[in-house]
Ligand binder design. Structure first.
Ligand code: SF4
Length: 200
């Protein structure tokens, strides 16, 4: 399906590739291999503070491949980046060749801690972890090709059964709200209509 430019939703521009590429059935982010967690992530400073406020609960979810010293969970340097809510971000440390929060089974200790407390799995997780392989760059919501052609869970195709935006419905609803996601559905339905009238 060809798309010239994407819609504007909740102040973001949505990249056309979210509608023009996608995954085969039973593939995509639902088959996550956690390889995206090997290098860590950049978190908003407020997300770092939120994580540190829950450090004891998070430590309880860590195993012996992880570093329980919370002074070594985040890098020292703070970055400036307008795509983060506070405009400032900080990287998580890598320990044993994986994000300090990733356990040996490939699960995120931050997420495990929230679930153990009976909270939503994403309550304390950095936004960019939640969204991946969707990313935000210069206010454009698009696809992050970090693992394209390396991991099937994060590799999109031009021929697909499920468009990328639908495969990432939970993630995009988290970012844009249900009404924002409904706008993506409307946009995609409009594209499908245009394409079918062209093919008549
Ligand atoms: S914080 Fe959790 S989800 Fe994010 S990169 Fe680290 S282990 Fe992965």
């Amino acid at each position: 399906m060809s798309t010239a430019s994407g819609p504007q939703v909740k102040g973001y521009r949505i990249s056309p590739e979210l509608f023009s590429t996608g995954f085969e059935k039973e593939s995509g982010p639902c088959r996550c291999s956690s390889n995206c967690c090997s290098g860590g992530v950049y978190a908003d400073l407020s997300e770092r503070d939120q994580i540190l406020a829950q450090k004891e609960k998070i430590k309880q979810q860590m195993d012996d491949t992880q570093n329980r010293d919370d002074r070594q969970w985040f890098e020292a340097e703070i970055g400036q980046d307008a795509d983060f809510r506070s405009g400032q971000c900080i990287g998580t440390m890598v320990h044993n060749d994986k994000c300090v929060f990733l356990n040996a089974k490939g699960h995120c200790s931050i997420q495990l801690a929230a679930v153990a407390e009976g909270l939503d799995r994403w309550t304390w997780k950095p936004l960019f972890c939640i969204l991946f392989p969707v990313e935000i760059t210069n206010n454009v919501v698009g696809f992050d090709p970090l693992l394209q052609d390396e991991r099937p869970c994060c590799s999109t195709r031009n021929e697909f059964d499920v468009p990328l935006y639908q495969a990432c419905k939970d993630e995009l609803t988290h970012l844009l709200g249900s009404d924002g996601f409904a706008q993506l559905d409307e946009y995609y339905a409009g594209l499908a209509k245009k394409n079918s009238s062209r093919n008549i």
